[in-house]
Design a protein around this ligand. Structure first.
Ligand SMILES: *Cc1c(COP(=O)(O)O)cnc(C)c1O
Length: 366
């Protein structure tokens, strides 16, 4: 493909010298797990999000699992979440022994909203997970108010929304716990797996720190049940500190590509997203079309890579076919219509213009 969906090498080459120096510093230090670099990144990331605590963990799925464990989710309890967000939250919910209960999403945001969450709450609900899908903040204030009125904790899945802000508050600062992935393709990405949980609650911070390291409060002293081993490496932390400094600038570039697309793609059969606000950091640029296969084939023919995020909603996954779930009409319609176009900070204006031109040239039915 001559216009790739993403190309991680472009960023790595651009920051080559600083990256290699940082990696060498850690290699030379002789300290690789939970040291100075992890502490430095945790402090910097908490400050960036606007919360008091950040705990580095192994990946974003672990971040959600540990958040749920810290909030008491487990066997016999339900966790409400979206079914159109790639299945990560579902895996985390099942891993801690709880049951996922799906809320439908809104047409406008493609995220869960207060009304759909209210319809999915059960007496056994231990937590609600709101996913800021594709980099767009959900109606998180409305969902937080609903959760507060039911006494149910809100967890934000911010794996696609690093830096997305509304009224000066960033993703991860609205719920009891915010969960982040630093998988290489995310807006803030490591050179491998990494993640973090953030919170303003000092008690939860202590539980999360214990849970991610065998349940230890102090070395070899297990005080918290359900502990696992899920730590952020020093090597990844040093990369993340370096890249955190460039996050706002790279998000601005993502947004400007997204705006260019939304302003210039003009086709009766392609619905483009609103890319105008700070509450969207353009993790993925996702259009909707009733003739997806035709558009995808047309773009491939022009050398433009696309993907579908995500083709099978969680409640339709065959491994869990025995689970009975509520009907999710919007989720199902979206799964059939969404298509992701190339959008990453190092994409050039020329490449973006080729995508726009190819979309505008598409003849439906071909
Ligand atoms: C990537 C992602 C995760 C999981 O992160 P990993 O680090 O890959 O485990 C969770 N939720 C969402 C919405 C994601 O996009």
């Amino acid at each position: 493909m001559s216009v790739p969906l993403n190309d991680l090498k472009r960023a790595a080459l651009r920051e080559r010298e600083a990256l290699h120096a940082a990696l060498a510093r850690v290699a030379d230090s002789g300290w690789y797990i939970l040291g100075e670099e992890v502490r430095r990144f945790e402090a910097g990331f908490a400050r960036y999000v606007g919360v008091t605590h950040a705990v580095g963990v192994g990946n974003g799925t672990d971040a959600i699992e540990l958040a749920l464990r810290a909030l008491g989710a487990g066997p016999g309890r339900d966790v409400v979440t979206a079914a159109n967000a790639g299945g990560y939250a579902s895996a985390a919910i099942r891993r801690c022994g709880a049951r996922p209960v799906y809320a439908d999403v809104s047409e406008a945001t493609m995220c869960v909203d207060a009304a759909s969450v209210a319809a999915a709450l059960t007496p056994a609900t231990a937590a609600v997970i709101a996913t800021h899908l594709y980099g767009r903040l959900a109606d998180v204030a409305g969902i937080a108010a609903l959760c507060a009125s039911h006494g149910v904790p809100l967890v934000e899945d911010c794996a696609q929304a690093h830096g997305a802000a509304r009224d000066g508050r960033r993703a991860g600062s609205f719920g009891r716990i915010g969960c982040f992935s630093f998988y290489p393709t995310k807006n803030l990405g490591a050179l491998g797996d990494a993640g973090a949980v953030v919170t303003d609650d000092t008690g939860l911070d202590a539980s999360l720190r214990a849970l991610c390291q065998y349940g230890w409060r102090d070395k070899y002293d297990v005080r918290v049940a359900g502990g696992v081993n899920s730590r952020l490496d020093e090597l990844q932390a040093v990369v993340l500190s370096l890249r955190l400094a460039a996050l706002d600038e790279r998000n601005a570039r993502r947004r400007s590509i997204a705006r260019r697309y939304s302003e210039r793609i003009r086709h009766a059969a392609i619905a483009v997203p609103d890319a105008s606000g700070d509450d969207y950091v353009a993790h993925l640029y996702v259009v909707r079309t009733p003739a997806r296969a035709s558009l995808q084939a047309h773009l491939a023919h022009r050398g433009i890579a696309t993907d579908v995020h995500y083709p099978i909603p969680d409640h339709r996954q065959s491994a869990y076919a025995a689970d009975r779930q509520r009907a999710l009409p919007v989720t199902e319609r979206l799964a059939a219509e969404v298509l992701t176009l190339p959008c990453f900070p190092e994409l050039s204006d020329d490449e973006a213009d080729r995508v726009i031109e190819a979309c505008n040239d598409w003849r439906t039915g071909n």
